[in-house]
Design a protein around this ligand. Sequence first.
Ligand code: SAM
Length: 217
Amino acid sequence: MDDSLRQKARKARAEVCAGVLRGAALMELLSSLPFHERDDWADELLGVEGPPPDVPPPRGSVPYLPCGVAEVLSMTRDIPVRADDVVVDLGSGLGRVVILAHLLTGARAHGVEIQEPLVHTARAHCNTLGLPLVSFEHANAAEIELDGSIFFLYAPFNGEMLIAALRNLEAVARRRAIVLATVGLEFRDVPWLRPRKTSSVSLALYDSRVSGVPHRD
Ligand SMILES: C[S@@+](CC[C@H](N)C(=O)[O-])C[C@H]1O[C@@H](n2cnc3c(N)ncnc32)[C@H](O)[C@@H]1O
């Protein structure tokens, strides 16, 4: 990244910390950056450095790799994410998706991550930025009771773990309408999920459809 972009990121970081750069203004700023610089720029903004080494993941878990800022922007615009949503990233890594989703929309946002060092680092980023509506939990997302209105999954796991997590998501959908936003993961044959169109080839969106549960407005 060249110096002028780095300076721009540092200025934006100061404004985020001061609570003045949020929502549409941040969306516009991120969208205005050269496409190939957005991810590094966002890391500079959030104070994210290289991740600690992956701890050996359990069978079925995918190691840490952050999804692109482009998919986060598409998710927030296409759903669209509202301030009264609760966004949950299953396999939240260093927290890029969770923190950006909150800053862009005002929604409460929560990350669930199986690798404890990543959880500690994500919490540290979040504390430095001063974001009380963002939280991180060290847990296996396939083994906990979930709650939220929007669930993001960047191919965090497969096999039995994915089946168990889908069961937990269906349990949420029996209480309230939810949206699943996925990258690198498709749910074609899940009877309680309906795919919808997105503006991005790499992002898939699904609405829950459970009889007796009102649809999302
Ligand atoms: C491909 S990375 C995505 C990271 C993050 N969502 C992002 O886009 O920046 C997948 C993440 O899922 C985590 N993970 C894998 N299995 C998990 C599980 N069962 N429960 C919670 N996290 C898990 C990995 O440790 C890794 O950080």
